[in-house]
Design a protein around this ligand. Structure first.
Ligand code: F3S
Length: 288
């Protein structure tokens, strides 16, 4: 039986950069906080918590922190997925040191929606409205903004007459679904600017996961349960391979392998550490 890892799997550039930033700050001996979890992977978060990194979940928690702590010894790190503009203002007002680990690809979307909405366009974000990245992007818009998560919402979307739209995507959105939604909007005849802001890392992972899943008898997808890109990989692999499993850690791996398995494929979301991927690979190799 062969065990094969997808060509592109695991940490993407932005997540690696954000984590390197956190580890650098830990070395500096400061009190480290992240605004929201730095990445969507429970294993990584557990490791950081053990090293003393704490997570702030709300604006109120930021204000409280500023009251309780010596701001010179405290750093607040902005996660890879970014935050609404308002959070930067609060950090500034409260004199908290802000270390920005927003992925540059996400920052580019934030800048785009800020500029385009200032120019009077209605912003359409194709993505999941409750995902922190999308909440962040929405928080940079200076005018009307609509989040469209699926085809039905796109069908229902109506723009006040004479308006212009600027369409962007959540970086981890499914490529095919994005174009289907853009097509629906196109048919409505709006004057629109479309920026495909889906990240390459996502595309590469999705493409190579689909390719491997189409050849594999069993497919294992590793990632955090709140990681949207991991869930999408799971969805894609499930379309190609009937025996697809979603696991967070090695402990979740309860494989009941069908008979005559020739190839077990493995892929992992963009916030899954290499260590975990290797553990799973080795385990499958040794035990099956
Ligand atoms: Fe950045 Fe792309 Fe990763 S947007 S956080 S490199 S998935």
């Amino acid at each position: 039986m062969e065990v094969k890892l997808a060509e592109y799997a695991g940490f993407c550039f932005g997540v690696k950069r954000a984590l390197d930033t956190v580890y650098e700050q830990i070395k500096n001996g400061k009190n480290i906080y992240t605004y929201g979890p730095i990445v969507h992977n429970e294993e990584v978060i557990r490791e950081l918590t053990e090293k003393g990194v704490r997570i702030l979940e709300t604006k109120e928690a930021l204000v409280e922190l500023a009251k309780e702590t010596n701001s010179r010894e405290t750093s607040v790190i902005i996660r890879a997925h970014g935050v609404p503009e308002e959070i930067y203002h609060i950090l500034e007002q409260e004199h908290l040191e802000c270390i920005d680990a927003t992925c540059p690809f996400v920052a580019r979307i934030q800048k785009k929606v800020e500029e385009e909405s200032r120019a009077g366009k209605h912003i359409v974000v194709i993505g999941n409205a409750v995902h922190p990245e999308v909440e962040g992007i929405v928080g940079w818009c200076k005018g009307p903004v609509t989040v469209l998560g699926d085809l039905a919402e796109a069908q229902e979307f109506e723009l006040p007459e004479g308006g212009e739209i600027c369409v962007v995507a959540q970086t981890t959105f499914n490529y095919k679904k994005f174009y289907n939604i853009v097509e629906i909007l196109g048919k409505k005849g709006y004057n629109s600017t479309v920026a495909n802001t889906i990240c390459n890392a996502t595309e590469e992972r999705q493409r190579s996961a689909r390719k491997l899943a189409s050849e594999a008898d069993v497919m294992i997808v590793i990632g955090g349960k709140h990681s949207s890109n991991t869930r999408k990989l799971y969805e894609i692999c499930g379309e190609e391979c009937a025996h697809t499993y979603f696991i967070q850690t090695l402990d979740d791996l309860r494989l009941e392998l069908p008979k005559a398995v020739r190839l077990v494929g493995i892929t992992a979301g963009a916030s899954t550490p290499n260590k975990l991927i290797e553990e799973v690979q080795n385990y499958v190799r040794i035990n099956f």
